[in-house]
Design a protein around this ligand. Sequence first.
Ligand code: NAD
Length: 256
Amino acid sequence: DLKGKTALITGSTSGIGLGIAQTLAGRGANIILNGFGDVLAAQQSVTHHAGRIGYHGADLMKPQEITDLMTYAHSEFGGVDILVNNAGIQHVASVEDFAPERWDAVIALNLSAAFHTMHLAIPGMKQRGWGRIINIASTHGLVASAQKSAYVAAKHGIIGLTKSAALELAQTGVTCNAICPGWVKTPLVEKQIADRAQAGGISVAQATRDLLLEKQPSAEFVTPQQLGELALFLCSDAAVQVRGAAWAMDGGWTAQ
Ligand code: NAD
């Protein structure tokens, strides 16, 4: 039961972040949504659950806007008890073709934003004696794929950040862990499927099968709801000794 706890989920207007927001809301947590796009639809899809729902549209590539987001969380909700660093983007190109500004953008959002939110959220969690930090990494935090250097570097980096913070917080009521999803069917992956279909001159259905079979032995997508349940477990009292873990939910991807 998460009644009275406030969860900030970054990048929660879509995909995995929205699934986690819905799951935590279902257990009564207050939810602070963040992200772009159809904010109203996202808000409506969580408001039928318990708890208060807030929204802040900070662009997490901008540290000043992260400060504004955390100030909002503090003044409207009294702080953040559960911090889910989820917002992320992908860019696919070889190192020699990778536009330097795309590199900077991927690192800023997929890695540095998590540092900035943690930097601002940890003092309040320590003061209240309870906190959960859940960083959404990826199988690409554990192993690499070609054409994804910035993403792979950022995801390996966020697992390192997770471990360091977990050690610093080891004797407090604040835990910090990473979740490493395999393929999840969200707009981030639908774009890669569409690009694949176009490049190979194949159907979207065939491109989807190829994408799964190449990496994910189960040949099925992980779902945002399943990831929400894992996040919920990490928020539970039973998970208090899970610290600094990089927990895969990947259909067997990293078992190979
Ligand atoms: P998505 O594109 O569906 O959602 C991304 C969210 O981030 C959206 O809410 C978007 O509005 C928000 N966002 C984008 N740029 C932002 C910015 N500058 N500031 C604030 N919010 C911003 O993607 P998703 O697939 O749900 O990915 C969520 C996380 O899960 C990412 O960190 C991604 O790397 C990770 N992940 C995804 C998969 C997958 O297969 N989809 C696998 C492993 C890890």
